[in-house]
Design a protein around this ligand. Structure first.
Ligand code: SME
Length: 160
């Protein structure tokens, strides 16, 4: 049986990431099903940080298709180069968007979303196979601390 994620209320997010890290490692070790691992990753991040939306889109037949997530219902399909997610896929780079209103082509799945970070997931050939998308109801939520930690977190996922 899975144990609850237990992370204290800290002032700084670095401490939360540090506390969450070993718990996520424990949660994901021995799990070879990508969807199951993505689902628990989204749930853990959502519960610890309280962000508006945390979830994955997987590359399926040249589109990003909605995968496991926590938060309000979202767009199901995103094209290559479209929105923040499609841009992260096209450029193969993490996208940090301090204010979504200033990102040309941003796809507003929820009107409450104000800032966003998208982290691409790669296979062994360096191809993007999915993205992690995190949306916040506040402006300027994400920075390089989030980028570094979220990149480490998604590298735990069983991508083959
Ligand atoms: N805002 C994203 C779309 C996905 S939803 O926010 C969950 C984008 O511009 O790619």
């Amino acid at each position: 049986m899975a144990e609850d994620i237990n992370v204290g209320v800290h002032q700084d997010k670095e401490s939360r990431y540090e506390e969450l890290w070993p718990q996520l490692v424990g949660l994901l070790e021995n799990e070879q099903d990508l969807i199951a691992a993505m689902a628990n990753t989204a749930a853990a991040l959502h519960s610890v940080f309280g962000w508006l939306w945390v979830g994955f889109y997987r590359v399926q037949h040249q589109e990003l298709v909605l995968g496991p997530f926590q938060g309000p219902v979202a767009c199901t399909r995103i094209g290559f180069g479209r929105g923040v997610c499609g841009t992260a896929w096209e450029r193969k780079q993490i996208q940090i968007v301090p204010d979504v209103a200033r990102f040309p082509g941003h796809i507003a799945c929820s009107s409450l979303s104000r800032s966003e970070i998208v982290v691409p997931l790669f296979n062994d050939h360096g191809e993007v196979v999915a993205v992690l998308d995190v949306d916040s109801a506040d402006l300027n939520t994400f920075d390089n601390v989030d980028a570094d930690w979220l990149k480490r977190f998604v590298e735990l996922l069983p991508i083959r």
